[in-house]
Each structure stands twice: as structure tokens, then as C-alpha cells.
Design a protein around this ligand. Structure first.
Ligand code: BES
Ligand code: MN
Ligand code: ZN
Length: 496
């Protein structure tokens, strides 16, 4: 699907489906210009009597034979007061799903207001792509034969003013949403296919397509570097671990380096500290942080950012094989610090320990990690926000701002030193679990042991990386959480 922006009249164009948006209580299509011709007004008279303009509400009106457009879709926007781009993103999601059901190949949409057209254009493009996302490569025969998304989607602006800016905003929306969809694909792909090797190949594919550089470390190289924590987790599986380095070299001479680290556990059984069977299948999603990092680099490459952005994704399965690490084992990390492995199910922090220590060599201006790290995060925040913990106030604030702007919301938890007592070990420098209280905080404090002197933020996305609820822009399954958030942060950072 290609999203375009136009400012001529939507009523003179041939399109399979034209959407008009309606605010709650209004009895007309919202638009700051482009008055509909008589024939359209007539076709809409009846439907608009019954249409209430609620979010998610739709109704189709048909024009008289031969009149144009043939099909008009009314889409509810909700209340006019407090209307935000996110509401338009959702409305676009509703529109694209309806268009798909109707097998419309071309879709037009009338921009509801002349204000904020840049943000609306971006929201439209995001909503169209996020809403049309579907994961069906494993469906066969009739199960796989679902109507496809439209070929083109055009947003008709009220006038020429700001059309150029709106077009580039739409392009940005397309890039971040299609990259988020890539992260969703990786997350949804079952672990028998989405192995560490598969993620590494995917990263190399992204590098080729977006002209990034990619290096994949194998087990021998990890051994040479003494990444004992990552190797310790990998011991339980037959599947080979991989350490992915995907790098965008910025154009700016005085480029800053930002390192992104993503947890790439392609399946988390818990290891010897085996998880109970209920919902264990969801642990194929335990690489969603890593998937987000690969997808962010995919977007960064397309947007041609000026800064130097590095993605690090340590990848392995966490299985209880015959040579698996065991509770009580001590591993030595790349940083030199030792860890007592109390619980093999606290494996994410182990592989991140080596990756965060590896990040030091880039002398980064900031490091952000994304990880489905703790079940405790779901207890704390549920499924409506990720947890943010970090060492740098301005980095924290910038990320919180990006979360608000994109709707990928995060909420800060403290990492006060008082909690550190919980991860003190008798035999090693630190232990990998801190007991039940404040499980997300002690996990973050554990990670903090392995960072350099760079500003660091940790995003625990355990509650938001996948979902069982659906919305106009979200099917059941992986969400791609973090992609829109971090890309927005990176853009904001270089605009300053
Ligand atoms: N991947 C899990 C965390 C998780 C659980 C994310 C459920 C999303 C849903 C992580 O590796 C894990 O198992 N964490 C343990 C840590 C504990 C053993 C200290 C947890 O949260 O129970
Ligand atoms: Mn685990
Ligand atoms: Zn895990």
C-alpha cells in the first residue's frame, strides 16, 4: 500500500472507496473545504441521519448509478473537543480494515480539519499501515485467502497550504509503521523458525536493503570476548547463539553515537528453572525487544538520520538441555564482573549484561535497551505502559515525551540504591534475582551493574510487546512496541 497526499477535490477522483470522517453529534462529513456536490449530499442525507460519529463506527452510503464516488464510507471520529492525531490514527485503522473487507483497491479520505495537517497526515499513514497488518504466512488453503489491503490510500487536504510538509509527514508515518510491522512479523514468527540464526539473517537483509553495516558474532567470537553470561544461557539449547551488530553511519560530521540494545531470547522456557506450561507458548515473543531494535534500524536507514545509530541484539534460546547452566552456577561476564545464577529463568538480564558492557566500545552519547524482562512489570503497569528506568534525567524526560507523542506510553520507576541489597550475592559480585518485591526495579539495578559511564535508559516492555486485545490498529499478537517511540526520540534528538 502506498499513501499519498493530495489537495484537489476528493469528489472528482475515481476511487473504489471514499471515506468521510464525522465528529460525534455532527450531521455532516467534517472538512474545512471541498464542499460535496449535490449528488453526494443527497446520497448521504439518509445515512447521516442515523450516523452518530462514535469512534470505530462506520456506515456505507451508495451514490446513484454512474455518479462519483460510488461508495462513501462514513467513519466516526468521536468528540470534536479533545480530538488528537491518535484518534485519527485509529480512524484510519478502522477505514483500512473496512476497505480490505470491501476489497477496495484504491481508497481516498477527506482530511477532517485544516489544523495540524502535518500530524494528521502522519497519523493517517500510520493508521493505514498498522491497521492493515495481518500475520498469516502459516495459514494454508482457504484459511490463508483473506482480502488484501488497498494498493493506494490518498488523504485529501483542505488546500495546498502545508501540503509539502504533510507529504513528508505521511512518508515518515509510512516508514515507522511499516518498520513496526516488520517487528510484529519477527515477534509473531514461531520460535522453530525465528531462531537466533534467522534473526541474524534478517538483520543482514535489513542491512542490504537500507545500506547499513551488519556484523554477526558466532559462539567462537563470544568465547574469545568472554561473554560468559550470554554463553551460559545458550548452553541449554542446540540452537546456536548469535550477537547481532547492525549499524547506521550518520551523515553528520559531529555525529553522536546512540546504541540500542534489544533482548533476543527467541524462546524462553525458563531453562532448568522451568516455567509452568500455562502460556509458555507466548515466550516466542521474548525476542520482541530485539525485533524492535532491528526494526528501528530499518526505519533509521530509510529516514537517513544524521547520527550514528548502533543496534546490538544478543540472541539465544533459553532451554533446559543436558549441558544447561544450573541454579548456583557462576558466570563471568564481558565486563569482568561475575554473576551467581540463582534462577535460570532470569536469563534476559544475563544476555543484556554482556551486550551493555559491549556497548562501551562505541563511547555512546546514550544507550537505550528494550526487553521483555520481567513478569513483575505486568503486575506493576499492566498492559498499557512499558516501564522506564534510567540513569539520566534528560534522557528519561525525552523518552517519556516520545512516549506521549506516539501513544507508546512508558512510566518511570525508581532505581534507588536501597533496592540493591536484594541482588547481593554471597559467592559472586551480584546475583541474577532479587526476590519478589520490586522485581522490575531489581532487574534494572542488575543491568546497571554492567553499563559504562554513558547515559542509559532501560525499557521493560513485558506488558506491551504483545497483546490479546484488538484495536483498529492492532491485531492479537506482537505489537511492535518501541519502534515508533524510539524512532520519534531519535528524530527529536537530532532536531535539537
Ligand atoms: N521473559 C521473562 C519475563 C516475562 C514473563 C515477560 C511473562 C512477559 C511475560 C523473563 O525472562 C523471566 O522469566 N523473568 C522472570 C524473572 C524472575 C525469575 C526473577 C519473571 O519475571 O518471573
Ligand atoms: Mn525468563
Ligand atoms: Zn525471558
Amino acid at each position: 500500500m502506498k499513501v499519498t497526499i493530495k489537495s484537489d477535490s476528493p469528489f472528482r477522483i475515481r476511487t473504489d472507496l471514499l471515506a468521510g470522517f464525522v465528529f460525534e453529534g455532527d450531521r455532516s462529513i467534517s472538512s474545512d473545504s471541498h464542499p460535496p456536490p449535490e449528488a453526494v449530499k443527497k446520497a448521504l442525507r439518509g445515512p447521516l441521519r442515523d450516523f452518530r460519529g462514535r469512534p470505530g463506527e462506520t456506515m456505507i452510503a451508495y451514490g446513484a448509478d454512474g455518479s462519483r464516488p460510488q461508495r462513501i464510507l462514513l467513519v466516526g471520529l468521536g468528540k470534536k473537543k479533545g480530538f488528537r492525531p491518535k484518534d485519527f490514527r485509529a480512524a484510519a485503522g478502522t477505514l483500512v480494515r473496512k476497505a480490505r473487507d470491501l476489497s477496495a483497491r484504491t481508497v481516498g479520505a477527506i482530511c477532517p480539519t485544516a489544523r495540524d495537517t502535518e500530524a494528521l497526515a502522519r497519523a493517517f499513514a500510520e493508521g493505514m499501515h498498522l491497521g492493515s497488518y495481518r500475520f498469516d504466512p502459516y495459514k494454508t488453503g482457504a484459511n490463508g485467502k483473506k482480502p488484501v489491503a488497498p494498493r493506494t490510500a490518498t488523504l485529501f487536504l483542505p488546500g495546498r497550504k502545508g501540503a509539502r510538509q504533510a507529504a513528508s509527514a505521511a512518508r515518515l508515518g509510512e516508514v515507522v509503521a511499516t518498520s513496526a510491522n516488520l517487528a510484529r512479523d519477527l515477534g509473531n514468527t514461531p520460535s522453530n523458525d525465528a531462531t537466533p540464526t534467522y534473526l541474524a539473517r534478517t538483520a543482514q537483509g535489513i542491512a542490504r536493503k537500507r545500506k547499513l553495516s551488519c556484523r554477526v558474532m558466532n559462539e567462537a567470537e563470544m568465547k574469545r570476548l568472554r561473554m560468559g553470561a550470554l554463553l551460559g544461557v545458550a548452553r541449554g539449547s542446540r540452537e546456536k547463539p548469535r550477537f547481532i551488530i547492525l549499524e547506521h553511519r550518520g551523515k553528520r560530521a559531529a555525529a553522536e553515537t546512540i546504541v540500542l540494545v534489544g533482548k533476543g531470547i527467541t524462546f524462553d522456557s525458563g531453562g532448568i528453572s522451568l516455567k509452568p506450561p500455562l502460556k509458555m507458548e507466548d515466550m516466542k515473543f521474548d525476542m520482541c525487544g530485539g525485533a524492535a531494535v532491528l526494526a528501528i534500524l530499518d526505519a533509521v536507514g530509510q529516514l537517513g538520520l544524521k547520527n550514528h545509530i548502533v543496534g546490538l541484539v544478543p540472541c539465544t534460546e533459553n532451554l533446559p538441555g543436558g549441558s544447561a547452566q544450573k541454579p548456583g552456577d557462576v558466570v563471568r561476564t564481558l565486563s569482568g564482573k561475575t554473576i551467581e545464577v540463582i534462577n535460570t529463568d532470569a536469563e534476559g538480564r544475563l544476555i543484556l549484561a554482556d551486550a551493555l558492557a559491549y556497548a562501551k566500545r562505541y563511547r555512546p552519547a546514550a544507550v537505550i535497551d528494550l526487553a521483555t524482562l520481567t513478569g513483575a512489570c505486568i503486575i506493576a503497569l499492566g498492559h498499557h505502559a512499558g516501564a522506564l528506568m534510567g540513569t539520566d534525567d534528560s534522557l528519561n524526560r525525552a523518552l517519556l515525551g516520545a512516549g506521549e507523542r506516539t501513544g507508546e506510553r512508558i512510566w518511570q520507576l525508581p532505581i534507588w540504591p536501597e533496592y540493591k541489597k536484594q541482588i547481593e550475592s554471597v559467592v559472586a559480585d551480584v546475583k541474577n534475582t532479587g526476590g519478589r518485591p520490586a522485581g522490575s526495579i531489581t532487574a534494572a539495578l542488575f543491568l546497571k551493574e554492567f553499563i559504562g559511564d554513558y547515559p542509559w535508559a532501560h525499557l521493560d516492555i513485558a506488558g506491551v510487546a504483545w497483546t490479546e486485545m484488538t484495536s483498529p490498529i492492532q491485531d492479537k499478537g506482537a505489537t511492535g512496541f518501541g519502534v515508533r517511540l524510539v524512532v520519534d526520540y531519535l528524530l527529536d534528538r537530532e532536531a535539537k
